[in-house]
Design a protein around this ligand. Structure first.
Ligand code: KG4
Ligand code: ZN
Length: 340
């Protein structure tokens, strides 16, 4: 059996994985930098790249030690080279190129969003991703930096149906959390409180929900929430924080659910996936399950470890592309703003 070594350093988490030729994840390590960025309420690019530099080689060593896999078993190295923070991308890319030269094995630059689209097809001891990646499917990718709907006509063929025209869904969660004084990253904090709140307590807008397109916009929702929060006293905020979170989350999820449902109807697919950091959201997971059961479709919803940034998803794309003979040359650079 051969393996792909994969590296993901596009934003603030350093991740290394080993994926075998059957899409099975042998090991997926993530060094989270949440604590380093917490005092600043968001990712500080310089801190992110410095931490990647400190973490990347020890993580690679650990991946080999814990799996007992040898360098001679590695068929190639897959590394995220686009899009992302340029300083962060460089750390992963330079590491992959150096190892590729030193060990004389091919490497391949991978698009981060293609990784998120393919994450639901990974397999491990407790998750068996389905096999429909070479068929037609719809993919909703919702993360801290992206909110996109794709019609995928088999692996490698991506048609953008729509995307956000301002903030990403995760960004909308994080900024709202910051307004409420919740710790970074805020999405999971809002989700926790939303689960015990009343989602009808506040009427927040659901931007573009009924427009006949697949675009998203969350900045108006964010401003409406800010106006509501500014009107409230400290006591009111503390007392109603669960209801605020539930109502705000309900707006985001309703819009995502409606557009996803319409995309599925328009493309007449039988399969869909939801991925990216925000697909960890309990409300969105429920909404996706509802669509699947209402329409009788196949849904792949990855476990939380493959929703947020991780190298296993990059390894899977690497595996499928390296197996077709694709490799990168050593003049490959980072592309901070590349489209899929
Ligand atoms: O995919 P990801 O790890 O990084 C990017 O590529 O952006 O996504 C991170 C985003 C953050 O905005 C975070 O707040 C959000 O995913 N997130 C959530 C939840 N868990 C993570 N948003 C809502 N509910 C959650 N449970
Ligand atoms: Zn991501």
């Amino acid at each position: 059996m051969k393996y792909v070594l994969s590296i993901e350093t596009s934003c603030d988490d350093t991740s290394v994985a080993l994926v075998d030729q059957n899409r099975q994840v042998l090991c997926c390590l993530v060094a989270s930098q949440d604590l380093a960025h917490k005092p600043f309420g968001g990712v500080v690019p310089e801190i992110a790249s410095r931490n990647h530099t400190a973490h990347i080689l020890p993580l690679i060593d650990k991946a080999f030690e814990s799996t007992k896999i040898l360098w001679s078993d590695i068929l190639g190295i897959a590394v995220t080279n686009r899009p992302g923070l340029v300083g962060s991308l460089i750390v992963g890319l330079v590491t992959a190129k150096s190892l590729s030269l030193a060990k004389n094995i091919p490497f391949l630059g991978i698009h981060h969003i293609e990784g998120h689209i393919m994450a639901p097809f990974l397999k491990d001891e407790s998750y068996q991703g389905p096999n429909f990646y070479n068929e037609d499917f719809v993919a909703l990718v919702v993360s801290g930096g992206h909110t996109q709907l794709y019609h995928v006509q088999g692996f490698g063929h991506y048609q953008v149906l729509g995307q956000t025209i301002d903030d990403a869904a995760g960004e909308a969660f994080d900024k709202f959390a910051k307004m409420l004084g919740l710790p970074y990253p805020g999405g999971v904090e809002v989700d926790k409180r939303a689960q015990v709140g009343n989602n009808k307590a506040f009427r927040f807008p659901k931007p573009l929900m009924n427009e006949d397109n697949f675009n998203f916009s969350f900045s108006g929702l964010k401003s409406a929430a800010q106006r509501q929060i500014e009107k409230m006293t400290l006591e009111e905020k503390a007392h109603q924080i669960n209801d605020l979170c539930a109502s705000y989350q309900h707006s985001i999820v309703s819009v995502l659910e409606k557009k996803l449902d319409r995309a599925i109807a328009d493309t007449a697919v039988n399969n869909f996936v939801v991925s990216g950091g925000v697909s960890a959201n309990s409300g969105l997971r429920q909404a996706a399950e509802n669509i699947a059961s209402k329409r009788g479709l196949n849904l792949a919803l990855p476990p939380l470890r493959y929703c947020t940034d991780n190298a296993a998803m990059i390894g899977l794309v690497g595996l499928l592309r390296l197996s077709r003979g694709e490799t990168s040359t050593h003049d490959l650079g980072p592309q901070p703003r590349a489209q899929l």
